[in-house]
Write a protein that binds this ligand. Structure first.
Ligand SMILES: [Zn+2]
Length: 100
């Protein structure tokens, strides 16, 4: 499945309530996998871009502490006006794709 297919699958989850975007990252420092969710209704902030309105979300993820590593992995997502993801960035870790 390609990247877009994965996105469609992600966005199909949670249609009965607010759509949630699953975030799974691996910390660069200790290798711990940290999971979180972004609520596409409440966690996004609206920004005016050159091409129109976009939504933006920045989130810091910290592991549970079992690895004694408290590095924050910061993810930044950009969405278009229809809340479709158009860009994502990460600092301090990397994204874990489904099936890894
Ligand atoms: Zn860590």
């Amino acid at each position: 499945m390609g990247f877009l297919g994965k996105l469609k699958k992600l966005f199909a989850v949670g249609t009965s309530t607010a759509p949630m975007l699953e975030v799974v990252v691996r910390c660069d420092r200790c290798g711990e996998v940290v999971r979180s969710q972004i609520n596409l209704h409440h966690d996004l902030s609206l920004r005016d871009d050159d091409g129109g309105r976009i939504y933006f979300c920045r989130k810091g993820l910290v592991g549970g502490g079992s690895t004694r590593c408290f590095q924050e992995v910061v993810v930044e997502y950009t969405f278009d006006a229809n809340r479709r993801m158009i860009d994502r960035r990460i600092e301090g870790g990397r994204f874990v794709e489904e099936g890894e």
